[in-house]
Write a protein that binds this ligand. Structure first.
Ligand code: NAD
Length: 487
């Protein structure tokens, strides 16, 4: 149960190089979703705090203390951050796990990925030399230089709190921007640790700022402020729409990484066991709270009955448990409110005609004090049913069947989202053909979930605008300037 926090007012906002409490003294208690135990008490920032952070970032950017540092030195700084993150991995992984309730082993993997992300952008920033273009005239030198876009508001979600933030912080700092980070109010701990790393390693004051608090109070001013040049957001579709609308008046750049309703397409000629193992992991890792979760399982008719029966049998056996339970295979949902939302999706799907093959219940016994939801499989789902169309963002899989490539592609694209999808087939040509026709930002063939820091990540359609990771994910934080010199 949640214990009373200490009397001292926490100073966990990082503004203009200093740790400060919220201007109105407001705080929030963070509890572990696995059992409700007390994790931390943090400052809950205000609009005024956000305005101060934006002003600090603006001053730092305009003063050039970071933006004018040569790109290779900025790259070296990111490499130092990567090394420090590796050295403090255990501390970070534990903090992430307590905030999210996710298994410690998963947080440890996330921390490795975060260090890799900083290392990748460190190397990329170091090579950022611009480009010479041929003006077709020997008395002209024409070159393109890439300059930092300016002050960036970085707004991140709770499911991969530091990973999603790192995909923004690393390229933004590598490009020479100043940042105001607003993590999810539910999972602030690793953002606080991250600021400590940046500060300890000597980032000039005001370049990186952290304001904790709810979206409407801290996130909204980042979208609305004329002093913010770009907002990079990862989160839900509706929030993305709100941010884009709020940002429109100031004509700032908006990058949106939104949800997904990702098809996992299993052809009859797939490696059955590999497809099955991966389909289970794709759907239920981190209790399905993954933007790229394999929430729509599409199986070709000849193997559908056997595949789905086995999938359901294995889903029933998945062991739920707390973050430090080494036998646990997946953990809790983030909050009671989120569990209610997942419950409602499943109940509505069943009311609309779907058959509940397994799951659909809350954790029992030792798990009642956490927000657990059992792995759930629905088949015979009515076309257009909200559980088939919208992102439940929980351990909920819908099953559909198909025959042949055309129908697989049609069903795979039958979503307003376009984040990710997978194709399982031992026919390499089929894998490539289907991948080429799917309108999603990432397609895995005979795998699910791996991503690379050097490969772009992002969504088609309602899954967002812009890209993270890879050279494009770096370029998002730059302005290209053409300098035409008539010698
Ligand atoms: P959310 O949209 O509720 O919140 C995300 C962030 O936005 C939080 O920090 C929140 O405080 C802030 N926010 C809320 N209202 C705001 C407003 N009006 N203005 C500015 N900021 C505001 O999302 P969530 O529940 O934290 O995260 C889950 C969602 O994130 C899912 O839809 C998931 O698919 C998506 N996601 C996408 C990716 C991706 O790479 N595409 C990765 C992870 C998560």
């Amino acid at each position: 149960m949640t214990e009373a926090p200490s009397a001292a007012t926490p100073a966990t906002l990082f503004i203009d190089g200093a740790w400060v409490p919220a201007s109105d003294g407001g705080t929030r208690t963070i509890s572990c979703p696995a059992d409700g135990s007390f994790v931390a008490e943090v400052s809950e920032g205000t609009r005024e705090d956000t305005a101060r952070a934006i002003a600090a970032a603006r001053r730092a950017f305009d003063g050039g203390a970071w933006a004018s540092v040569p790109a290779p030195q900025r790259g070296d700084f990111l490499l130092e951050v990567a090394a420090e993150l590796r050295a403090r991995k255990d501390e970070f992984a534990r903090a992430e796990t307590l905030d999210t309730g996710k298994r410690l082993v998963e947080s440890e993997v996330d921390m490795d990925d975060i260090a890799d992300c900083f290392a990748y952008f460190g190397k990329l920033a170091g090579q950022d030399a611009g480009r010479i273009v041929d003006a077709g005239n020997n008395s002209v030198v024409s070159r393109i230089v890439y300059e930092p876009i300016g002050v960036c508001g970085l707004i991140s979600p709770w499911n991969y709190p530091l990973l999603q933030a790192a995909w923004k912080i690393a390229p933004a700092l590598g490009a020479g921007c100043s940042i105001v980070l607003k993590p999810s109010e539910l999972t602030p701990s690793t953002a606080i640790l991250m600021m400590d790393v940046l500060d300890t390693l000597g980032l000039p004051k005001g370049v990186a700022n952290l304001v904790l608090g709810p979206g409407a109070v801290v996130g909204a001013p980042l979208s609305e402020s004329p002093d913010v040049d770009m907002v990079s957001f990862t989160g839900g579709l509706e929030t993305g729409r709100t941010i884009a609308a709020a940002a429109a008046g100031t004509v700032k750049k908006v990058a949106l990484e939104l949800g997904g309703k990702n098809p996992n397409i299993v052809f009859a000629d797939a490696d059955f066991d590999a497809a099955l193992d991966n389909a289970l992991n794709a759907a239920f890792v981190h209790s399905g709270q993954v933007c790229s979760a394999g929430a729509r399982l599409l199986v070709e008719e000849p193997i559908a009955e056997r595949f789905v029966d086995e999938f359901v049998r294995r889903a029933r056996q998945i062991r739920l448990g707390g973050p430090f339970d080494e036998a646990a295979e997946t953990g809790p949902l983030i909050s009671a409110a989120h569990r209610d939302k997942v419950t409602a999706y499943v109940e509505k799907g069943v009311a609309e005609g779907a058959r509940l093959r397994c799951g659909g219940t809350w954790g029992e016994g030792d798990l009642v004090s956490g927000f657990y939801y059992t792995p759930t499989v629905l088949d015979q789902v009515t076309r257009g049913s909200s559980v088939l169309v919208e992102e439940a963002f929980g351990p909920v899989v819908t099953v559909e069947t198909f025959n042949g490539e055309d129908e697989a592609v049609e069903l795979g694209n039958d979503t307003h989202y376009g984040l990710a999808g997978a194709v399982w087939s031992q026919d390499a040509g089929r894998g490539q053909r289907v991948a080429a026709r799917l309108r999603h930002g990432t397609i895995w063939i005979n795998d699910f979930h791996p991503y690379l820091p050097q490969a772009e990540w992002g969504g088609f359609k309602h899954s967002g605008t812009g890209r993270e990771l890879g050279p494009t994910g770096f370029a998002e934080y730059q302005e290209a300037k053409h300098i035409y010199h008539n010698i």
